[in-house]
Write a protein that binds this ligand. Structure first.
Ligand code: NAD
Ligand code: UFG
Length: 339
């Protein structure tokens, strides 16, 4: 029998790419998503690429009756928990909505898992938990918790909650994956990132400028202490990230307790480097202007990925060029996303 994996938030950007990787690796996939920031078309496309469909349950993770029912109805072996609200800027305006959604959904999920004796969990955390790093590259043991916004605090609080769960009951096997900056799309252009409304993140914003739905990029600050003054980040291809989840899942099956792994490339690139590379790939000029720094932004952030390499045998393979090529393929073939 194939192992059944529950993927929360599986209609979203990273969840859909990971659901595909799971199907391709031979798992059966059940997705729960309330479609608050996604479209079920993503899952239809996942099914098209994989040649078999994930089972899609449209619903909210905070609905305890529904989540318990899913575990009663299906022999789920492990859970990959992507579902969350993720806009930093929105979280500053609506902190309660962020804490409520992200914390209550995780608590409801963990309770339903424990009720069903399912203890394998992979959680989507973020480099945001490191706050402003005092040194780079950032390793997993570096200080966390100095986060500057409610979204980041919700991730940090969940990390602590999961560590307490694992401490209280050794049956829990938990992987906390701290993503750096996921970008790109499946190279076939069928699935990709389709943010609702105005994109917050650099690459989706550039894509929309290139496709003509936004006029120009605002570069948030060119006076950072970096080589060209613009912010430096560790961009990672979403396919590498998806692959990292499969490696983490394999690893926690073999050992108990809580593990934390950074998922990044270990390389930093500046906003201007990303912009120039994108212009080369797309052949389209990206008009931009320098704007004030974005509150809460940091100068430089990139990962020490040696722990994931050593313990998971996982390493990011795709280059920045490939990430931007695939982001552009997705955006140019789907100028309106899934709409
Ligand atoms: P996304 O918004 O595309 O996907 C999240 C999905 O969760 C969406 O489909 C949304 O509809 C669903 N969802 C939200 N709340 C839900 C609820 N209560 N019940 C059911 N479904 C719900 O975001 P993504 O970029 O794919 O991010 C996935 C995870 O990775 C999130 O936890 C996010 O915080 C984390 N993360 C993302 C990034 C990034 O830059 N994309 C970086 C670090 C961490
Ligand atoms: N940037 C611009 N203009 C834009 C958007 C971004 O200049 O329109 C710059 C930012 O200032 C930053 C870089 O591009 O220097 C990357 O910004 P993103 O918004 O793409 O990514 P962040 O590193 O700010 O945020 C990401 C995730 C967050 C997560 C954070 C912490 O999107 O969810 O990493 O690791 F919290």
């Amino acid at each position: 029998m194939r192992h059944k994996i529950l993927v929360t938030g599986g209609a979203g950007y990273i969840g859909s790419h990971t659901a595909l990787a799971l199907l391709q690796a031979g798992y059966d996939v059940i997705v729960i998503d309330n479609l608050s920031n996604s479209s079920k078309v993503s899952l239809e496309r996942v099914g098209e690429i994989a040649g078999r469909n994930p089972l899609f349950i449209e619903g909210d993770l905070r609905d305890a009756a529904l989540v318990n029912q899913i575990f009663n109805d299906h022999p789920i072996e492990s859970v990959l928990h992507f579902a969350a609200l993720k806009s930093v800027e929105e979280s500053v305006r609506e902190p309660l909505r962020y804490f409520e959604n992200n914390l209550v959904s995780t608590m409801t999920l963990c309770q339903a898992m424990a009720n069903a004796n399912v203890f394998n969990l992979v959680f989507s955390s973020s480099a945001v938990v490191y706050g402003a790093p005092s040194i780079v590259p950032i390793a997993e043991h570096h200080p966390t918790g100095q986060t500057t916004n409610p979204y980041g605090r919700s991730k940090f609080m969940i990390e602590q909650m999961l560590a307490d769960l694992a401490e209280a009951d050794p049956r829990w096997k938990i992987a906390i994956l701290r993503y750096f900056n996921p970008v790109g799309a499946h190279p076939n252009g069928l699935i990709g990132e389709d943010p609702n409304g105005m994109p917050n993140n650099l690459v989706p914003y550039i894509c929309r400028v290139a496709v003509g739905t936004l006029a120009e990029l605002k570069i948030f600050g060119n006076d950072y202490p970096t080589a060209d003054g613009t912010g430096v980040r560790d961009y990672i291809h979403v396919l590498d990230l998806a692959d990292g989840h499969l490696s983490a899942l394999d690893a926690i099956r073999k050992s108990g307790g809580t593990h934390i792994w950074n998922l990044g490339t270990g390389q930093g690139n500046s906003v201007l480097e990303v912009l120039r590379e994108f212009e080369d790939i797309s052949g389209r000029p990206i008009p931009y202007k320098i704007a004030p720094r974005r509150p809460g932004d940091i100068a430089t952030c990139f990962a020490d990925v040696s722990k994931a390499e050593r313990e998971l045998g996982w390493k990011a393979k795709y280059t920045l060029n490939e990430m931007l090529r695939d982001a552009w393929k997705w955006q140019s073939t789907n100028p309106l996303g899934y709409k």
